[in-house]
Design a protein around this ligand. Structure first.
Ligand SMILES: NC(=O)c1ccc[n+]([C@@H]2O[C@H](COP(=O)([O-])OP(=O)(O)OC[C@H]3O[C@@H](n4cnc5c(N)ncnc54)[C@H](O)[C@@H]3O)[C@@H](O)[C@H]2O)c1
Length: 327
């Protein structure tokens, strides 16, 4: 029976990890040994459903009882030190996104995993969605010809039930919507298309946290325009235009439509039974841990470096978004 520990007992732990862990425990191959959160109320609340697990007062205490796997779901500023502490004990780590607040931190974590000969995986949960996998396959097969342009809008008023202020704390390296949504979006694009080049980035932070940003980048010869918002809702949609057709990904219901010449193809949306839910996408790596699946079942830390580099490049070239109404 694998003994697993969780670090950070906030919104993502409660909403997604708790049900996935309960399901895995019922399968009899895995057991939550304990949790660590400096907010002991958060730890106890999370452990309500796990009466045999203990709330540990320190990370070291947790690492002493969770020998087989640690999930890191603390704010990103702590990922580096916590992952390295576990890896030094040769405990595999499954880390929430973003893996780290910068590329150097990620490289240090990856180097420690290599030294330890231990797995460091990242919860890039969107890679587990059927819609994202289908578009990735179409990109690989060149189904719409040569990709020319990508137009993305994602967002809506922020409604995630966070427990800590980390999302809104510039001192912890957060810049806003780029860390929250941008990490997922750049990860999918880099996964499908390779590294981004020629990045420009602007946002409306004005010294605080950005609710809106615009990322422009190239992927090969294709240009991407990515508009993200945390205060404006319009249909969340990706449009990929190629020399021979187009793909539209409706993020509102996860449906995907492709058009090539006179042929049309549609992957039905949520509720059609074709899609995993977000809950299932979160549960997939937990099942893989329980079943001792090979590393190929996980998104490994080294695989996400291009998207971390893209996020860092955005921060390096950051300018203020045009806000003519302020003049
Ligand atoms: N993969 C996804 O789609 C997804 C979705 C939501 C959140 N996340 C990620 O999960 C992580 C946590 O996000 P959240 O939404 O649960 O945030 P949250 O603010 O709700 O919870 C964070 C928790 O971490 C605790 N914490 C603070 N400092 C800590 C430390 N040093 N060690 C351990 N715990 C500490 C806080 O007390 C709090 O309980 C973030 O990295 C976030 O980006 C990923």
């Amino acid at each position: 029976m694998k003994r697993l520990g969780i670090v950070g007992c906030g919104a993502v732990a409660r909403r997604y990890y708790a049900p996935a862990l309960l399901k895995a425990e019922a399968g009899g191959k895995l057991k939550l040994a304990g949790a660590f959160d400096p907010d002991t109320r958060a730890a106890h609340r999370f452990l309500d459903d796990f009466p045999d697990a203990s709330a540990e007062a320190t990370l070291e205490g947790l690492l002493g009882i969770a020998h087989d796997q640690v999930i890191i779901a603390s704010p990103p500023a702590f990922h580096r030190e916590q992952a390295i502490a576990a890896l030094r004990r040769k405990i595999p780590v499954h880390c929430e996104k973003p893996l780290a607040t910068g590329v150097d931190d990620a490289l240090a974590m990856i180097a420690e995993a290599r030294r330890a000969g231990t797995r460091l995986s990242v919860n890039m949960v969107r890679r587990k969605l059927l819609s994202a996998q289908s578009i990735g396959s179409m990109m690989m097969l060149g189904s719409i010809g040569e990709l020319r342009s990508i137009e993305i809008f994602e967002g809506g008023p922020f409604s995630w039930p966070v427990d800590s202020p980390a999302y809104f704390d510039p001192a912890s390296g957060a810049v806003g919507v780029l860390d929250d949504l941008g990490t997922h979006i750049l990860d999918l694009l880099c996964w499908w298309l390779g590294a981004a080049t020629g990045i420009t980035y602007c946002d409306d932070a004005m010294g605080g946290i950005a609710a809106n940003c615009l990322i422009q980048a190239s992927f090969g010869i294709a240009t991407a325009r990515i508009r993200l918002s945390r205060d404006w809702h319009r249909p969340n949609r990706w449009t990929l235009i190629g020399s021979e057709g187009l793909i539209v990904w409706n993020r509102e219901d996860e449906s995907v439509e492709a058009e090539v010449g006179s042929s049309r193809w549609r992957l039905s949306g949520a509720g059609s039974g074709q899609h995993q839910t977000f809950e299932q996408a979160f549960a997939a790596p937990i099942e893989a841990i329980a079943n001792d699946s090979p590393d190929s079942a996980f998104v490994l830390a080294g695989d996400i470096l291009p998207s971390l580099q893209a996020v860092e490049a955005c921060k390096a070239v950051r300018t203020a978004m045009a806000m003519p109404w302020l003049k």
